[in-house]
Design a protein around this ligand. Structure first.
Ligand code: B3K
Ligand code: ZN
Length: 881
């Protein structure tokens, strides 16, 4: 496979001003007639370059230029391109391709999902539909005509406005859509099928009335309200926070069962995985409701950050994704609980993204090269990209950041641009020098920041010394220091201390001056605070102000102090986490040495205080009572001893459950009484999260009373959050007969709800008990399992390999073998999904030597397969390099 480099970027040789597509959808095949108004790009390097079109797995039926057929000697087709040697400077290209959506299992291009036809073109799927310049800097206006059977496909949709409909002969009909906004091919979409819709309207800030429709299968009509509400909230929020208004009279969302990702932001025709749009209290958990809200908003926000202003090339992917994730995270924070949202996002970043940054696929937020762009829809591009935008927001402050985003949208509306253009707009609007800051886009790896503090009681000064470094990553042996914003404060016995930074005028913006942002720019740098009346405890990296690993040698009592007194909610949680890390590390070491050691009493006392204090936010209590996850422990202890980490965490949880049984029981009882109907509100979600955490702890006690409580919750709950929580607790317990019966009954009750059955699959695949691999293998043969449906693959295979460390890493290597077999199977069916599943194997170098050897052997077995897709080849070859 060939590698594509950012440094080789060249402007396109040709432009496409207008694109007219005519789809004729038949049961056996689809014909695509395309008419392209093309001309040479005046900015092209080579004024006589041949026309090279992208096309993949297409049957070409007709090809003409200015109505002159291009004969076989006039073009050459090889690999994924078609070259026409001589063309005029300006011309009309027509071509007809024949494609087979019903055989398209890659779910890229035009494909069939149960009875409906739909498209997924980002990043390079359009070339599976017709020959085109399939690159985001070629933008065109589209007219799309769709013909299909009236009965089987009563609904025909594409981007933009519906301009006409027509009844055709032979029981067929036609719809014509026109999108007035120029767009790259990756934002093209088409849907044809038997769908019903839920409708609403939204009036924009300038009085434009927009029709909103959500298209679903008839049986799901009752699960659209939350998505519709989220969409309207997102539209309002983008007007209020970014001044961005919607720009067409119609906005459509379509729900599809078979979808590789969460959703897709096609211009005015967003296509969604059913899992990210459908929600109802009976079938959807709180987390599911929040995912719908977040993804609906994310795709809507792309209308500006992605569609109106798009990417010049795919190396700039984070330009739209990082920015849009930052936007959706802030939206969700405003809709629900800001601290909880931040804790969840940082949890993902510090496990998945930090691991990616430390593994063979590590890449900068703006990569320098790739083999297969689909492999770069990563937590680095999305989540770290969002952190980079967040840091700009922190450095500039909200007003200047808004000035910068206004300038960015004004300056580049209708254009395909780069990350550099974004940063430059932020710089121009704010006057801040972001020169060194740009390294966040070009350097991969997670910076390590070591900090220490020294109090001088004579001089009343407190000196913070920071040292930063960044480990090497593939292709980047050495790194320059980053510009790291460190949000911080100092805490004294009586509360937050006023900050007087030596050499800096006091900041007039903050009245109380107890919070500031330090600019760490050098490899080693000191900050001296003056007039500090007592030895403070520093609160550093508040709100996780930079995606770094911060090390500060807090004593355990200092951590307890921060847990109670920090003004920053995120850092109160972080102090609890760090205390948990210290305690768990101790237990891991004991386990490795076959010693018996008790959990640090401080955790038990802290837990008791949290449960007994009614003044606290329930969500915070739940978060602070959750020990660091195994995934996070794996990040802070290398090599990773999966089994010892699991054993240590289980022991700690059991000790907490035993010591705090009474508190957990009382809290559970109090929180079980809910007022009113189920609502996915922050307040109720907080209640349920703490209640269900109590249930989980109680179920560890393995006693009759807890079992009874759990069974009652399972049988009598009116919502899926509580049912799933009870089922998870039961499945991970040793109550064998009850467990089997409950799983059976749950299946019977919900077998007609695929999204609920996915949860049922996932709960079984993530059980930490022995024998899970065998159960997972049985589930692959379950009638409800389908290897071609990505949600099912993720629920069973993805969940087992990615969220069940103790079983995936079982010592005989059977988990690794299982994954390799599935990757080989999916490699031909759906390369994107196959490649994504490989994640856990690719990080083999983190584990103990015996495990490394077994994992590597499986990667080598995959590498030896004769026909590897580009997707799988890239991950396997880089993992073994
Ligand atoms: N932009 C799409 C991702 C498409 C992935 C293609 N392999 C979803 C999103 O980020 O909104
Ligand atoms: Zn996105």
């Amino acid at each position: 496979a060939t590698t594509i480099y950012l440094k080789d970027y060249q402007v396109p040789d040709f432009l496409i001003d207008r694109t007219a597509l005519h789809f004729e959808i038949f049961d056996s095949h689809t014909l695509v007639h395309s008419t392209l108004a093309m001309r040479r790009n005046p900015a092209a390097k080579n004024a006589s370059a041949p026309l090279v079109l992208d096309g993949c797995e297409l049957e070409l039926e007709a090809l003409s230029i200015d109505d002159q057929a291009v004969t076989e000697s006039g073009y050459e087709s090889a690999g994924e391109s078609l070259t026409i040697h001589t063309v005029p400077d300006s011309f009309t290209l027509r071509c007809t391709t024949r494609i087979y959506p019903q055989n398209n299992t890659s779910l890229e291009g035009l494909y069939k999902s149960s009875t409906m036809y739909c498209t997924q073109c980002e990043a390079e799927g359009f070339r599976k539909i017709t020959y085109f310049l399939d690159r985001p800097d070629v933008m065109s206006v589209y007219t799309v005509t769709v013909d299909a059977d009236s009965k089987r496909c009563p609904v025909l949709l594409s981007n933009g406005n519906l301009v006409s409909t027509e009844t055709l002969e032979g029981g067929r009909h036609r719809a014509v859509w026109e999108d007035p906004h120029k767009k790259p091919a990756y934002l093209f979409a088409l849907v044809a099928g038997d769908l019903e819709r839920v409708s609403d309207t939204f009036t924009t800030m300038n009085g434009r009335k927009v029709d909103l429709h959500i298209y679903v299968e008839e049986k799901d009509l009752d699960k659209c309200d939350h998505a519709m509400l989220s969409l309207k909230n997102a539209m309002t929020w983008d007007e209020e926070v970014y001044g961005r208004e919607y720009d067409l009279d119609i906005f459509n969302i379509v729900a599809v069962d078979d979808f590789n990702m969460g959703a897709m932001e096609n211009k005015s025709l967003n296509i969604f995985n059913t899992s990210c749009v459908l929600a109802s209290p009976g079938t959807t958990t709180d987390a599911g409701f929040q995912r719908v809200e977040g993804v609906v908003a994310h795709e809507y926000f792309h209308n500006w950050s992605g569609n109106r202003v798009t990417c010049r090339d795919w190396f700039q992917l984070s330009l739209k994704e990082g920015f849009t994730v930052f936007r959706d995270a802030e939206f969700s924070a405003d809709m629900g609980s800001r601290v909880v949202k931040r804790v969840e996002d940082v949890g993902l970043l510090r496990t998945a993204q930090f691991a990616e940054d430390a593994g063979p696929m590590a890449h900068p937020v703006r990569p320098d090269s790739y083999m297969e762009i689909s492999n770069f829809y990563t937590v680095t591009i999305y989540e770290k990209g969002a952190e980079v935008v967040r840091m700009i927001h922190t450095l500039l402050g909200p007003e200047l950041f808004r000035k910068g985003s206004d300038l960015y949208f004004d300056r580049f509306d209708g254009q395909a641009v780069t990350c550099e253009d974004f940063v430059k707009a932020m710089e121009d609007a704010s006057g801040m020098d972001l020169g060194q800051f740009r390294l966040w886009y070009s350097q991969a790896g997670t910076p390590q920041v070591d900090a220490r503090g020294e109090y001088d009681a004579e001089a009343n000064t407190y000196t913070l010394t920071f040292k930063q470094s960044c480990p090497k990553t593939p292709g980047q042996p050495q790194k320059e220091p980053f510009h790291i914003p460190i949000a911080m404060g100092l805490l004294g016995d009586a509360g937050a201390l006023r900050l007087e930074l030596k050499g800096e005028a006091p900041n007039p913006d903050t009245a109380d001056n107890t919070h500031t942002v330090l600019h760490l720019k050098q490899a080693e740098q000191q900050f001296v605070f003056e007039n500090v009346p007592e030895k403070p405890v520093p609160s550093l990296l508040r709100g996780f102000s930079a995606p770094v690993k911060l090390q500060f040698d807090y004593s355990r009592d200092e951590l307890l102090f921060l847990m109670q007194h920090d003004d920053d909610g995120f850092n109160r949680w972080e102090a609890a986490q760090q205390l948990g890390v210290l305690a768990l590390k101790e237990l891991v070491a004991a386990h490795q040495n076959n010693e018996v050691r008790a959990l640090d009493e401080r955790l038990i006392t802290a837990g008791r205080n949290l449960l007994n204090d009614d003044s606290l936010d329930l969500a915070m209590v739940a978060l602070m009572l959750t020990l660091p996850t195994e995934a996070y422990m794996a990040e802070v202890m290398q090599p990773v001893d999966v089994l010892s980490i699991h054993a240590a965490r289980m022991q700690a949880r059991l000790e907490l459950a035993t010591a705090l049984k009474e508190e957990f029981t009382n809290t559970y009882r109090t929180l079980s009484r809910r007022q009113g109907d189920y609502q996915p509100s922050a307040e109720q979600i907080a209640q349920r999260s703490l209640k269900n955490l109590c249930l989980q702890y109680l179920m560890l006690l393995n006693d009759e009373h807890s079992l009874q409580v759990c069974m009652e919750q399972l049988d009598t709950s009116d919502n899926m959050t509580d049912r799933i929580a009870a089922l998870v607790a039961l499945v991970n317990s040793e109550h064998e007969p009850q467990k089997a019966l409950a799983l059976q009954k749950f299946y019977q009750d919900w077998q007609h709800e695929p999204l609920v059955i996915n949860q049922w699959f996932q709960i079984q695949a993530t059980s930490h008990l022995p024998g899970t691999l065998k159960r997972v293998q049985e589930l692959l043969n379950h009638p409800a399992f389908e290897i071609r449906n990505p949600n099912k693959v993720r629920a069973v295979i993805g969940a087992f390999c990615g969220q069940n460390a103790v079983n995936f890493h079982q010592t005989d290597g059977a988990g690794y073998r299982f994954l390799a077999d599935r990757v080989i199977e999916l490699n031909t069916l759906n390369p994107q999904i196959a490649s994504r599943l490989l994640g856990p194997l690719s990080k083999w170098r983190k584990y103990l030597p015996e495990q490394q050897a077994l994992m590597k052997a499986e990667l080598e077995r995959i590498a030896a397969e004769p026909k590897l897709s580009r997707d799988v080849f890239e991950v396997v070859s880089k993992s073994l390099a």
